[in-house]
Design a protein around this ligand. Structure first.
Ligand SMILES: *Cc1c(COP(=O)(O)O)cnc(C)c1O
Length: 404
């Protein structure tokens, strides 16, 4: 039976007041948890076809034909000479950092996924955390400049939320101070900076193709570069340093992408545009639903640039009637697993908290942003009703004087 307009359909909850909230004892809006970063999965039949061919060939890993095809297609898509596919983004970061010869201290934002910092500390390189721009959430070039010491060897910019870091300003600092510049581009697959796709900036860029990312290979990642020698070194490094059978020419690790991951990547590459359109439509729906709620603002994307719109970011004004954490708790109770990325900042997590206990003194913008951000679910697996429920939670809590 179809419910008349204005009435909620069976199983669909309408939130009009505090008493309707699950956190106040009402039934949750969703019994199947709605996750941030639920994987986008392309054409199943095409994927299964690739898997069948792979099993028939018994070439499952070790730079197989699917990995080679993926690398070529990605190089064309990103507009870069070399794509070196890896088992995940973290190994790709570690290998890029080592291949660039970074040592001593490397400057990066604290407001990033912790793997950016770990990839340095893992190799006994000191991560030096620079503050961010409170509007863009990206690393602030002036803060980078302040953190340079005689021990600094490089800068890692992060294209946060798929919006490019200030590439030109960072490149200028790197050139003038003789530092290597690379990017953690895990969020920015398909995004542009001044009209050029992210992937060919700095000396190297690192992507993650983890299942939760815009472009997913189950697990996977890649380093992209225009430098031939660097690409060759990284190909050795990802395969135990082997140049040919029985001949290792470099220290190495195992960073190889398996064929089944490349099969997933090749399949998902064909539906990228469709996923962007879904994300764009979800963002527009969020904008409409949240527009009239004062004290809550959605992060804007530059209309002159391309983006994957994989991250829907809300900032909660400290003056809003409910705190950021109260809103997140209320959303969780409804079955919506909104996230507080990247709270409380890498510098507040171990081992960095103990190693660099004073890092936070120079990170006031990082602290402020980390305390007001909520990441909301989007993507092809978002239930149609979810945006309405989420906006209702904000509206009801905003009107509640919950903290009065
Ligand atoms: C996901 C992510 C990584 C790590 O990539 P994995 O493929 O999960 O190892 C690194 N940096 C950032 C900013 C990320 O979002």
């Amino acid at each position: 039976m179809i419910a008349p307009p204005g009435e909620s359909r069976p199983g669909r909850k309408t939130i009009r007041g505090l008493a309707d909230l699950a956190i106040r004892g009402a039934p949750p809006a969703f019994t199947d948890i709605v996750h941030v970063g639920r994987p986008n999965i392309g054409d199943r039949a095409a994927f299964m076809g690739r898997v069948d061919a792979m099993l028939d060939s018994r070439w499952l890993t070790n730079n197989g034909p699917l990995v080679q095809e993926l690398e070529q297609k990605l190089a064309r898509y990103l507009g870069v000479r070399h794509v070196v596919a890896m088992s995940n983004g973290t190994i790709a970061l570690e290998i890029a950092i080592r291949a660039l010869g970074l040592k001593g201290e490397v400057i990066l934002p604290s407001y990033t996924f912790i793997a950016t910092a770990h990839a340095l500390q893992w190799q006994e390189i000191t991560p030096v955390f620079a503050d961010i721009d409170p509007v863009t959430h990206n690393i602030d070039p002036a803060a980078v400049e302040r953190m340079i010491t005689p021990r600094t060897s490089g800068i890692i910019g992060v294209h946060l939320w798929g919006r490019a870091a200030p590439v030109d300003e960072l490149a200028e600092i790197a050139r003038r101070r003789h530092l290597s510049l690379m990017f953690d581009s895990a969020h920015a697959f398909g995004s542009t900076y001044r009209g050029r796709r992210v992937g060919a900036f700095g000396r190297a860029e690192v992507f993650s193709f983890h299942a939760t990312k815009f472009f997913n290979c189950f697990e996977g990642g890649a380093v992209t570069t225009n430098e031939d020698d660097l690409a060759t070194t990284m190909r050795y490094m990802r395969n135990f340093g082997f140049e040919t059978y029985d001949k290792a020419v470099h220290v190495g690790t195992n960073g190889k992408m398996p064929e089944i991951c490349a099969a997933m990547g090749l399949t998902n590459l064909d539906s990228l545009d469709a996923v962007v359109e879904v994300n764009r439509a979800n963002l527009a729906a969020y904008e409409a639903a949240l527009a009239d709620i004062e004290g809550v603002s959605l992060l804007r994307y530059d209309p002159r640039e391309q983006s994957n719109f994989q991250y829907v970011i809300v900032e909660v004004d400290p003056g809003f009637a409910a705190s950021r954490d109260e809103i997140v708790a209320a959303l969780h109770a409804e079955g919506i697993l909104a996230r507080k990325y990247f709270w409380p900042g890498c510098h507040n997590m171990q081992p960095y908290r103990d190693l660099y206990p004073h890092a936070g003194l120079l990170l006031p913008n990082t602290k402020a942003v980390a305390e007001r951000v909520i990441v909301l679910p989007t993507g092809t697996a978002l239930p149609p009703h979810a945006i309405e429920v989420i906006a209702s939670v904000f509206r009801v809590l905003g009107a509640s004087r919950a903290r009065a």
